[in-house]
Design a protein around this ligand. Structure first.
Ligand code: SF4
Length: 361
């Protein structure tokens, strides 16, 4: 790949100063960005209403980054689609297309890293280890590819984005924030920030940084357990960032942004669906208005967990409701294609990771 900066990593406002030596106007930069990101056209010679010197400089000094769809798996159970995307260096990441309730609207679950360093014991990505951070343009490119496919097939458009694929977004926050600017820019992917959720396992400094900036983006926290010892056995980062501190930081985000925090809770049969757990959650959430999204954990080969039985799920749900914790049951689709919660991991990068060591949900 060329070492020129990649256009998908720029908003028009960031591009303008770099093209100012040839007298590019902000309007021309908007046309260039919209041409590449919004219309999905990689040929800069076809950009219209941009003067030749500006077009030539953009072509000469920038490149259009490419990620290819290595595999595409459409679920037979529901309208979820999983993409295995190949990066320029051969690394593979996974992206999931999620149908929303309203026909023609889709959300894209994106990866922010190749692998993940967090090592959550119930997560397929956690087993891979960490290879590298994704660049901002590589995050944008996952959405651009799905948007282009939806447009070509006439199926609809990208309405939302959720950072819940491979990786911990708070560990790659500079690139994630840069990608967020492009995702919500009217000349970029034009997705309303209110429909974008950044999910974390609970990296307190990252949550605090997100809380300190003016953003329409939503925050999601993967709770997993409100009992520290149990959580520690599932989410190693609990040792450094206990769930109480995570919720305290999330409360700050809520107070500053006014946006309710999405709390995701992966149900692991026999582990975190007990009455004690329900009480600990009620206690934990006493000071922050929140709604708990219950998601059934999906089997991952080789991991010593099981999904909850229907009885466990129902009694946990009832116990939480009786304690006044607002709960919603969230459907985690694409189970048959390994696209569901906790299942994302690419075989190739798992091998790469092992080799590199001797590299998220
Ligand atoms: S659950 Fe998220 S943070 Fe934990 S290992 Fe998986 S991808 Fe990483």
């Amino acid at each position: 790949m060329s070492d020129r900066p990649v256009l998908q990593g720029f908003t028009p406002e960031r591009l303008e100063p770099l093209l100012s030596p040839v007298g590019a106007s902000l309007a021309e930069c908007r046309r260039i960005v919209a041409h590449v990101i919004q219309r999905g056209n990689d040929d800069l010679r076809e950009v219209s209403q941009v003067r030749a010197p500006v077009r030539n400089a953009a072509t000469r000094e920038f490149s259009v980054g490419r990620m290819t769809v290595h595999e595409r798996h459409a679920s037979q159970l529901d309208p979820f689609v999983k993409y295995v995307m190949k990066c320029h260096d051969g690394a593979e990441i996974e992206t999931v297309r999620i149908p929303l309730e309203k026909p023609g609207r889709f959300s894209v679950c994106v990866s922010s890293q190749v692998g993940c360093a967090m090592g959550c014991t119930f997560c397929a990505t956690g087993r891979m280890g960490f290879a590298r951070n994704l660049e901002a343009w590589e995050i944008v490119e996952q959405i651009r590819i799905v948007a282009r496919e939806l447009r070509a097939s006439g199926e609809g458009r990208v309405h939302g984005v959720v950072f819940q694929g491979m990786g911990e977004p708070m560990h790659n926050l500079d690139n994630v924030l840069q990608a967020l600017e492009i995702i919500s820019n009217p000349c970029g992917l034009a997705v309303d920030g209110r429909n974008v959720t950044v999910c974390t396992v609970g990296i307190v400094p990252g949550i605090e940084r997100l809380a300190s900036i003016k953003t329409r983006v939503r925050l999601g926290i993967s709770v997993t357990s409100a009992r520290s010892m149990v959580r520690r056995s599932l989410v190693p980062s609990e040792g450094k960032y206990p769930i109480r501190e995570v919720i305290r930081a999330a409360k700050t985000f809520y107070e500053r942004s006014g946006h309710l925090v999405m709390l995701a809770y992966a149900l692991l049969g026999g582990i975190n669906t007990t009455a004690d757990e329900a009480e600990a959650i009620a206690e934990l959430l006493r000071e922050m208005p929140a709604r708990l999204s219950l998601i059934e954990w999906n089997p991952v080969e080789g991991l010593p967990y099981r999904p909850p039985t229907e009885e466990e799920r129902a009694s946990f749900h009832d116990a939480l409701a009786k304690l006044g914790v607002p709960v919603v049951r969230r459907y985690s689709g694409g189970k048959d294609i390994g696209a569901a919660c906790g299942q994302l991991a690419t075989a190739t990068s798992r091998d790469d990771v092992r080799a590199a060591r001797s590299t998220t949900v």
